[in-house]
Design a binder for this molecule. Structure first.
Ligand SMILES: Nc1nc2c(c(=O)[nH]1)N[C@H]1C(S)=C(S)[C@@H](COP(=O)(O)O)O[C@H]1N2
Ligand SMILES: [Mo]
Length: 318
């Protein structure tokens, strides 16, 4: 990566942590005059360095984003996940406790004015935070409704300052087989990758998620930073992101790399275009016994259809 001189306001994650430790030492000294400082301080400091931005929750809800359906109970959505780094079943919540989310650096590189790394808490502090209720449709024909907390991806793009030739935004999940047993499975070309066009990334609905249900993001949802693209099939919404790269070449996502006949680059929701192995006409609503018709662009067509006019040669629906 090109050399990057750190600006005054870009505090290194290591320094933030050091600062939190220092603050807590002081607090511990003030509070625990009668206690053995050595016993109290380190534990307190560790907890504090983990939760620097946790207290910002709940983010203010933006009422412009409503699902028109009941929010899925948290006890349901947080126990039914796709997170192959932690197993190929839906019951990955327990295994995902191994995911260590602090310190966490996001690398921004490729075709940007100034490549950089930023700590997750500095990023969260710098972004315009809000809560939005989104519908979510997995390619496996189940769906849910979740109140996500986060910030528009466009705000992160603005920070990254893409160069004129940049056409795609590529995202990468962490790669650490010690922390993620699923990444020891050689079949998958780890790390998980996903990408969108720069027009899609700049769309108002593209949302970077740092929380759900008014709280910091549970590990199994892809803490500490995941994407939400509510008009696309769920596999585009990549979890636990460590890198965002601007590029002029169309990247291949992990699923497209393994099975291009079933999972493509665009993956826009369309009830009329069946998956090779099942219909996409309807979906199971998690936590209810309902089976409801699937909507074009998952019901977000009015907002996003304009992005795709003129892209006639593309397989927009797989
Ligand atoms: N890194 C990573 N991101 C991922 C996945 C994954 O296995 N690994 N699964 C995808 C799929 S297929 C879906 S449906 C959603 C599931 O999100 P949820 O568990 O929050 O419902 O995450 C997507 N993002
Ligand atoms: Mo999915």
């Amino acid at each position: 990566m090109p050399f990057h001189r750190r600006k005054g306001w870009e505090i290194a994650e290591s320094r933030v942590t050091a600062e939190a430790v220092f603050m807590d030492r002081r607090q511990a000294l003030a509070l625990g005059a009668g206690l053995a400082g050595g016993l109290l301080a380190p534990g307190v400091a560790m907890a504090a360095s983990k939760v620097q931005t946790d207290a910002l929750h709940p983010y203010a809800r933006n009422g412009a984003y409503e699902a028109g359906r009941e929010i899925t109970r948290e006890s349901v959505s947080s126990e039914y996940n796709n997170f192959y780094e932690y197993g190929t079943t839906k019951s990955v919540a327990a295994a995902a406790r191994q995911l260590v989310t602090r310190p966490w650096l996001l690398t921004i590189d490729g075709m940007v004015e100034q490549p950089r790394q930023i700590g997750i808490d500095d990023l969260i502090m710098a972004m315009p935070r809000e809560e939005r209720i989104y519908r979510f449709r997995c390619v496996e024909a189940w769906s849910m409704v979740v109140p996500w907390s986060g910030f528009p991806l466009r705000a992160l793009l603005d920070m990254a300052k893409p160069l004129g030739g940049a056409r795609y935004v590529r995202f990468e999940t962490f790669h650490d087989p010690k922390m993620a047993p699923g990444q020891r499975a050689p079949f998958y070309p780890w790390p998980y990758i996903e990408a969108v066009t720069i027009e899609e990334a700049a769309h108002d609905l593209a949302f970077m998620v740092t929380g759900a249900y008014g709280k910091p993001l549970a590990n199994q949802f892809g803490a500490p930073l995941r994407l939400a693209l509510p008009w696309k099939y769920g596999f585009k919404s990549i979890k636990s992101i460590v890198r965002m790269t601007l590029t002029d070449k169309r990247p291949k996502g992990l699923w497209e790399a393994i099975q291009p006949a079933e999972y493509g680059f665009w993956a826009n929701v369309n009830p009329q275009v069946a998956h090779p192995r099942w219909s996409q006409a309807s979906e199971n609503v998690l936590g209810t016994n309902e089976r409801i018709p699937t909507q074009m662009f998952n019901g977000y067509g009015e907002q996003v259809a304009g992005i795709y006019t003129g892209l006639t040669g593309e397989k927009l629906w797989m």
